[in-house]
Design a protein around this ligand. Structure first.
Ligand code: ZN
Length: 242
């Protein structure tokens, strides 16, 4: 079992990488869960500077959103995290992001489908939560849970995305892949009809098998970039698969 110290540190690193990549900013939050203690660590809410977050700034709360120490509560959309952590043993980390490209698929009337081999991890599809509303109470959280079900990610209409994974490394990697595939879909659409990777092709590629290794390698790579980043928004962001 990872220690509180390790989880706080990983959560801070993951969030700073998202900031470097331009995938989190004024909005967005990331969480990690300790099932043994039913305790959630979540990044602070709207307006906090995600690009410079430190381990000690993470907000611990219980599954009802109650802060476990200090004055500061979790971000208003905390039920996104608590319902998924409580229901899915395979979702110990959750990110809610308003990323520039994947969010386009919450607006355009176009289904998300993988367009690269890396995107094969989304062969099950990415469902759409149809309500244009913030997930600010447990009832909306439960409704969201029904839509994401056992999938890796869900699109929130006119809003953003939620990505769940077994650890922060997986959530970082799968979020980067989702954003990259969304961006490439949009770019390819300017050239003509967009070709997608079929379910059979996704399965044949075996992306699931290599996921853990890829997630760890991507984590190491981006953590290295983040360590030498100057923490200015304009100088972040490198392509995932150039
Ligand atoms: Zn949001």
């Amino acid at each position: 079992m990872a220690t509180e110290y390790e989880l706080r540190g990983q959560l801070a690193t993951c969030t700073r990488i998202f900031a470097m990549q331009g995938m989190i900013g004024v909005f967005g939050h990331v969480s990690v869960y300790q099932p043994e203690l039913k305790r959630v660590f979540i990044t602070p809410g709207m307006g906090s500077d995600k690009g410079s977050l430190r381990a000690e700034e993470m907000v611990p709360c219980d599954l009802s959103g109650k802060p476990l120490e200090g004055e500061q509560g979790p971000p208003v959309e905390w039920p996104i995290h608590t319902v998924i952590h409580a229901a899915r043993p395979d979702a110990l980390a959750v990110a809610h992001l308003h990323t520039p490209y994947a969010t386009l698929f919450t607006i355009a009337k176009r289904k998300f489908q993988p367009v690269t081999l890396q995107g094969a991890i989304f062969s099950d599809g990415v469902p759409l939560y149809p309500e244009a509303q913030l997930i600010t109470n447990p009832a909306r959280g439960e409704a969201l849970l029904k839509v994401i079900a056992d999938k890796r990610a869900v699109l929130l209409r006119g809003h953003g995305i939620v990505v769940a994974g077994k650890n922060l490394q997986e959530v970082l990697y799968t979020s980067l892949v989702l954003e990259d595939d969304a961006k490439k879909s949009w770019q390819a659409a300017t050239l003509g009809e967009v070709g997608t990777i079929s379910e059979e092709e996704c399965r044949a590629f075996g992306a699931e098998i290599a996921l853990e290794r890829r997630a760890q390698r991507a984590w190491n790579y981006f953590a290295g970039l983040e360590a030498r980043w100057d923490h200015q928004p304009a100088t972040g962001r490198s392509e995932l698969f150039p």
